[in-house]
Design a protein around this ligand. Structure first.
Ligand SMILES: NC(=O)c1ccc[n+]([C@@H]2O[C@H](COP(=O)([O-])OP(=O)(O)OC[C@H]3O[C@@H](n4cnc5c(N)ncnc54)[C@H](OP(=O)(O)O)[C@@H]3O)[C@@H](O)[C@H]2O)c1
Length: 303
């Protein structure tokens, strides 16, 4: 099968198109012919030498932790999925490839009419945003501040917080303010003076803050949110510990992914893909992610 993989850690160029043996579905597993795979900072971190929890990196390593495609093999004991089913799912590594094998409980059915590129990028950012907002107990009546609101995770977090009844203030550069309004957030520019700008928008205060960028954003959150228990970061775990706020790690499950798909079908969760690359241009996709200014998500088109 064709895959994008790297044989050593390094810059985006280490990602090359390779021919590898296709995996086969074992007991309890499903093989998926991949149509598209999401690209995110997690993948660029793996490429530069970060060891993700729960997996060991081995060369040639195929990155990628979310995908959508068509079931083409089911292992012994699998019920609930059949050959030909259109699905989306997740695994820690290995999704920039024509075939992936996953346990059957890491898949959900793709709604008819959901484009492959959108299905492929829902899991990673969606499940992270969901985990974080649940930990912060965001719900009706809350005003929540979301840092890096125009990125992959931020885009999902804004919409989930809105769907769960909160008012959302989101940080982004000005070029993303209309985008944030379209998602239902009140936009605010990050950088010097952020605390005063947020106070001007929310005179009654901010109840919770979710950080997807780190550093100054966390310091600002501590000034703006009364309870440290309702401040969380997915990026800056060391600073979170020093400040006594929450360091949050994404939790993933098919049930959570199915809930996100349900919100998509109801029109409450919009997926924004701002860059599409064919598999052989995976390095270019990584360069775009590493710019730090992606709006929504980047996708590799494969099958
Ligand atoms: N702990 C976990 O389980 C977990 C899970 C998933 C992701 N993460 C981490 O979470 C972070 C966000 O992931 P992502 O996929 O959302 O990244 P992303 O899509 O690459 O984020 C890009 C966004 O960041 C914004 N941004 C850049 N500098 C900013 C600043 N100083 N203040 C506010 N916004 C800024 C950009 O907006 P402008 O273009 O408007 O500047 C852009 O929209 C990454 O570091 C990722 O590794 C952690």
């Amino acid at each position: 099968m064709k895959a994008a993989a790297f044989h050593s850690f390094g810059p985006p160029e280490v990602l090359q198109l390779v021919d590898l043996e296709a995996p086969h579905a074992g007991p309890g597993q499903v093989r998926v012919h991949v149509k598209a795979a999401g690209v995110q900072p997690f993948d660029t971190a793996v490429r530069t030498g970060w060891q993700p929890p729960g997996a060991s990196v081995k060369f040639p390593q195929i990155p990628g932790n979310e995908f959508a495609g068509v079931v083409d093999q089911t292992g012994e004991g699998v019920s609930g999925f059949s050959i030909g089913d259109e699905v989306l799912g997740y695994r820690i590594l290995g999704c920039y490839a024509e075939y992936v094998v996953v346990p059957a409980d890491q898949l959900v059915l793709k709604p008819q009419g959901m484009p492959w590129e959108e299905a492929a990028v829902l899991s990673a950012s969606g499940q992270t945003a969901y985990t974080a907002l649940r930990e912060l107990e965001v719900g009706p009546g809350d005003t929540v501040l979301i840092h890096a609101a125009a990125g992959g995770v931020g885009t999902m977090a804004v919409q989930l917080a809105k769907a769960w009844g909160a008012t959302v203030i989101g940080t982004a550069s000005e070029r993303n303010h209309d985008y944030l309004r379209s998602l239902g957030a009140i936009p605010v520019t990050y950088g010097d003076g952020l605390v005063a700008r947020v106070r001007a928008l929310a005179p009654d205060g901010v109840d919770a803050a979710f950080d997807a960028i780190g550093g100054e954003a966390l310091h600002a959150s501590v000034e703006l949110v009364h309870s440290k228990n309702r401040i969380g970061t997915i990026v800056d775990h060391a600073l979170a510990e020093r400040l006594g706020v929450r360091g949050i790690r994404s939790q993933r499950s098919a049930a959570r992914l199915a809930e996100l798909v349900g919100l998509y079908v109801q029109g409450k969760l919009f997926v924004h893909v701002s860059g599409k690359y064919p598999l052989h241009q995976a390095a270019a996709a990584h360069r775009q992610v590493e710019s730090g200014h992606v709006r929504g998500k980047i996708v590799l088109t494969i099958g």
